[in-house]
Design a protein around this ligand. Structure first.
Ligand code: FAD
Length: 371
């Protein structure tokens, strides 16, 4: 089949890219398994009612002018604009003028014996298995990994009436985030009745129990793994020897491959203010997806969207605007936690439970960049 633009992937970035391409009057082909599923609800509302949220159904895609192929891309010749997609015994050869790569992250199971078939709460297909286990009534759940996904998952499940234990190798939930977020997450988990165990090394995994050095056997009805993801580029899709995340140009082009673009969790973006930036969060997936579509349509502009993520830990809404890693000093300013760089310019603002102040936080960070 011949198309103008093929978008590899059907997650947040791919759908944003395809939607924007259609607005530019370009009819894209979205290639991925099933309908596009949104990710954030998998640790929030969908975990309560067992229903994943679609980014668009068949009808919406058609209305927007987006074609869809239910398949996985297994091979690509980026410079020739050729893709091979497969699903079961079926296979398709796709010829495209331009290709946009948006396959997201690989949420791999940790290399611990017994975790070969573990439930990973990040993938919509695995989610179906999980939903069947937790939606029939309260169960005991052990969540492994207290990053954003694991901590949210534990809090949501506890709020929904399940008995939850959350374990991590590190001593605090959200340990890698800036203060006060780890302490705040810990207090919220305590309030919700989640048992948090830090400093836990798992020696053997399992579907209903794990073996640990510090606490012996921890048993549950369901063991869930939330140990994070790594950028994914199946070998057949990689443009030669590449390092991941894939460093793209300002317009999301894959360097050295003029027909190819990339976006979403896969990429390292040259941000106009913050420099090379890896930002695997929802808003950046939309921003880079739209930027790739604009570039395909011939609209060139620097990538300057202010980085932003949010997380719902039970009743609490945490948000970060800007880049925490670039802050040299932090101070509380009018109820916001503001991080400033060596020059004293605001580079990051943490907003806790005050979504209405996000605009203010964004303006502060933008002002720091001289915008
Ligand atoms: C459970 C969960 C909760 C999250 N919650 C938040 C949140 O609260 N706030 C926030 O800011 N961010 C959140 N995020 C992060 C955010 O959702 C991601 O940054 C965003 O989804 C990345 O978009 P993406 O399109 O790059 O990848 P994804 O949305 O993961 O989509 C990638 C898609 O590509 C498909 N694919 C992979 N390989 C191939 C192939 N070879 N051929 C065809 N298709 C392929 C996959 O099946 C998948 O559908 C969350 C992520 C997860 C997983």
């Amino acid at each position: 089949m011949k198309v103008e633009v093929a978008v590899v992937g059907n997650g947040v970035a791919a759908t944003a890219c395809a939607t924007r391409l259609a607005r530019h009057g370009i009819r894209p082909l979205l290639i991925g398994p099933g309908l596009p599923v949104d990710r954030p609800p998998l640790t929030k509302a969908a975990l309560v009612d067992g229903k994943p949220r679609l980014l668009a159904d068949e009808e919406r895609l058609a209305e927007r002018g987006i074609d869809r192929l239910h398949a996985l891309v297994v091979d690509a010749e980026l410079d020739e604009g050729r893709l091979r997609a497969e699903w079961g015994a079926e296979a398709w050869e796709v010829e495209a003028d331009r290709i946009v790569l948006a396959p997201g992250l690989l949420y791999a199971r940790p290399p611990i014996p017994g975790f070969e078939d573990a439930l990973v709460n990040a993938d919509p297909h695995v989610f179906e298995r999980l939903a069947a286990l937790i939606c029939a009534g309260p169960v005991e759940v052990l969540v492994v990994g207290a990053g954003l996904i694991g901590t949210e998952t534990a809090a949501t499940l506890a709020q929904a009436g399940h008995r939850v234990t959350l374990v991590d190798l590190l001593e605090r939930p959200l340990h890698r985030l800036h203060d006060p977020l780890p302490a705040l997450a810990r207090a919220t988990l305590d309030d919700l009745g989640v048992r948090f165990l830090g400093g836990v090394r798992i020696e053997k995994g399992g579907e209903r129990a794990v073996e640990t050095a510090r606490h012996g056997t921890l048993a549950a009805d369901v063991v869930l793994v939330a140990t994070g993801g790594v950028p994914l580029l199946p070998p057949g899709l990689a443009p030669g020897e590449v390092e991941l995340p894939l460093a793209v140009g300002p317009n999301m082009q894959v360097p050295g491959h003029p027909r190819a673009y990339a976006c979403g969790d896969l990429v390292l973006v040259p941000h106009a203010r913050f420099g090379p930036l890896r930002f695997p969060h929802w808003d950046a997936a939309i921003g880079t997806g739209e930027q790739a579509a604009d570039a395909v349509a011939g609209v060139a502009a620097p990538y300057e969207r202010v980085p932003y993520w949010w997380s719902d830990i039970g009743p609490r809404r945490l948000a970060e605007v800007g880049v925490a890693a670039q802050a040299a000093a932090w101070a509380e300013e009018g109820g916001l936690h503001v991080g400033r760089d060596e020059q004293g310019e605001p580079v990051c603002v943490l907003v806790v439970d005050e979504p209405r102040r996000l605009r203010e936080a964004r303006a502060l960070v933008q002002e720091g960049g001289g915008a």
